[in-house]
Design a protein around this ligand. Structure first.
Ligand SMILES: [Zn+2]
Ligand SMILES: [Zn+2]
Length: 258
């Protein structure tokens, strides 16, 4: 039993990541991967995590930058002869089955890896809850061009509750849902600004939106991710002007304890 929940950031960069970094992706307690980024196998091995030790992949939504290296992960498991039956993949139903099936088709599973099994898919709609012995996941919907989920993670091993929004436009009901979390991980891909609702067709957030969200949610700490790393300091500044708690933009490879 560990006293603190552990979040390791494999990447915190934007959709086309800055050189030497990866798109937003992180690992909870070493075994639960949230989104894959572009290069999950390199990322995990660089930080001494065995890719076959994962138990879950949680997708916030199925935009390419968030699932791009799922085929690499599945291929690694199959090459290591680890049955895919041992992997659970959680995400919104709109595209989950399609993306996992397409990944296995791309890998020519039927021809080359006949007995490699199939991951268990856990499709969650906004409002759904998934619970097992170690944790509980609650969800609410995000505002994004594809179906997306904000997750509220209740770690039964540590008693900690923390939340991560995935990609989303500013949406006060998310703050309401997140309340009671000590930590909020959210995106600031628009940079150190407040989004303009009339021009926000890609439905993302700026750091000002993130700060306002954290203040409404009354969390202790805000972690900003998923933007150009050159603007990360300015983003922390901008969010801090709207939120009294701690604000940080984690570095690739950094572990945050909750
Ligand atoms: Zn994204
Ligand atoms: Zn997205």
């Amino acid at each position: 039993v560990h006293k603190q929940s552990k979040i390791t950031f494999l990447g915190t960069s934007t959709a086309i990541p800055d050189k030497g970094s990866d798109t937003a992706s992180f690992l909870i307690n070493d075994t639960i991967l949230v989104d894959t980024g572009w290069g999950v196998i390199d990322n995990l091995r660089n930080y001494d995590v065995d890719p076959t030790s994962l138990q879950y992949v949680i997708f916030t939504h199925l935009h390419h930058d968030h699932y791009m290296s799922l085929p690499s992960l599945l291929f690694y498991w199959m090459m290591k002869k680890k049955s895919l039956n041992g992997l659970k993949i959680i995400g919104p139903p709109e595209d989950l089955k399609k993306v996992v099936s397409a990944s296995l088709t791309f890998l020519q599973q039927e021809r080359f890896f006949r007995d490699s099994g199939f991951p268990e898919l856990i499709e969650l709609l906004p409002g759904d809850t998934y619970e097992q012995s170690g944790f509980k996941l609650e969800t609410c919907g995000t505002i994004h061009p594809v179906q997306g989920l904000c997750y509220r993670f209740n770690d039964y091993e540590t008693g900690q509750i923390f939340s991560f929004t995935g990609d989303t436009a500013f949406h006060p009901p998310i703050a309401e849902f997140v309340k009671g979390s000590s930590l909020l991980v959210t995106e600031a891909s628009l940079g150190a600004v407040e989004s303009d609702p009339d021009r926000n067709t890609a439905q993302h957030s700026g750091a000002v939106d993130a700060g306002k969200m954290a203040a409404l949610a009354q969390v202790d700490k805000l972690l900003l991710i998923h933007g150009s790393l050159g603007s990360s300091e300015a983003c922390v500044q901008a969010a801090s002007e709207h939120f009294d708690g701690a604000v940080q933009w984690p570095k690739d490879g950094e572990t945050i304890f909750v």
